[in-house]
Design a protein around this ligand. Structure first.
Ligand code: SF4
Length: 339
């Protein structure tokens, strides 16, 4: 447990958390919407500080990040809780429980996490993933600061539903983001996630402007967010506001948690892929075994530069500079190339 950052004390021993746009006003003894930040006698306490639900060395492609140290591993850790209530959540057993409700947590201090990250040869750093890292803010920040001191990379796999000030502080210590853009309509965000889209769009622009590495994931759920016009609006917005070089991962939905609609049909995914490829340089299909949409193709010369089968990744045409070996086009961010 640790006292939270970004909150205000109100009268009657209430506190207001200012970490995410919910801005919960919390009575003494109660938790915020995310189920991990509790008002204890007028102080806001992060109950999940250091409480780890899952830890593994994963391929960085599993985050998914395809343009950030491809083929390398990253120590991936998560806790419990989430500030969204997605009815289709793929990790609800950790995201929708509090510290008290999830008995399999183990406490690690920041030095232990760093030591584990350093123990594996070739590990590039630490990814905060599995559940929403925004609501683990204080621990993520403390670990990320230590990681920076020894040149470990840090990654956030996030919904980007966070207030501006905490994001501005955190962004200094994070090297790469995969942001889950769940749909391009506020209707969907409100009805199926209990949040709203505007802060997510603003935060995507902030991350891009910061120069940190950014990739986006969009889970396609049949009948709920697969409308062609909305999808076209989304990819046009990504191209115009973020840039056509931001990789987009179009992901296949499987029934989970409260939502039990059908699995996304393959032709829906392929249709989305074809539409997105007309506007964006790098489009990938996820949660699906297919030859289409897994490799990195040079947008200039059309050569296959990175080949992927499952989580097996082969670098075929990337120079140590991060450029295409055949035509010299920049493919990976220069700062991150140590292949
Ligand atoms: S982080 Fe949690 S407690 Fe804070 S505003 Fe968001 S949902 Fe509420």
């Amino acid at each position: 447990m640790k006292e939270a950052e970004f909150y205000e004390q109100h009268k009657d021993n209430k506190v207001q958390c200012l970490l995410c746009p919910h801005n919960c006003i919390i009575s003494n003894g109660k938790l915020g919407i995310c189920k991990v930040r509790r008002n204890i006698d007028g102080k806001l306490i992060a109950e999940n500080y250091g409480q780890v639900s899952s830890m593994a060395f994963d391929p960085v492609e599993k985050k998914p990040l395809y343009h950030f140290f491809p083929s390398k591993e990253i120590l991936s850790i998560g806790t419990v809780g989430c500030n969204l209530k997605c009815s289709f959540c793929q990790n609800s057993e950790i995201s929708q429980n509090s510290v008290k409700e999830y008995p399999m947590l183990r406490y690690y201090d920041t030095d232990e996490v760093i030591k584990i990250a350093q123990s594996r040869a070739g590990n590039i750093g630490i990814a905060f993933t599995y559940n929403e890292p925004v609501i683990w803010y204080e621990f993520v920040l403390d670990v990320a600061k230590k990681a920076k001191e020894i040149s470990l990379k840090t990654v956030m796999v996030s919904n980007a539903f966070i207030n501006k000030e905490p994001l501005s502080k955190l962004i200094n210590y994070v090297d790469a983001f995969n942001i889950d853009l769940k749909s391009f309509t506020n209707y969907f965000y409100k009805k199926y996630t209990s949040s709203w889209i505007e802060p997510v769009k603003e935060n995507l622009k902030t991350i891009k402007r910061s120069g940190k590495h950014l990739e986006i994931t969009n889970l396609i759920i049949p009948g709920l967010n697969d409308d062609c016009k909305d999808f076209e609006n989304m990819i046009s917005w990504i191209r115009d506001e973020l840039g056509k070089d931001v990789p987009l991962h179009i992901s296949r939905y499987f029934p989970q948690y409260k939502l039990q609609t059908d699995v996304t049909p393959l032709n829906t995914l392929q249709n989305c892929y074809d539409r997105a490829r007309k506007k964006l340089d790098y489009v990938y299909l996820g949660n699906i075994r297919t030859n289409k949409g897994s490799d990195t193709i040079c947008p200039s010369c059309g050569k296959t530069l990175i080949s992927r089968t499952g989580y097996s990744t082969q670098l075929l045409g990337i120079a140590s500079s991060g450029k295409c070996m055949y035509c010299n086009r920049a493919i990976l961010n220069h700062n991150y190339v140590e292949l």
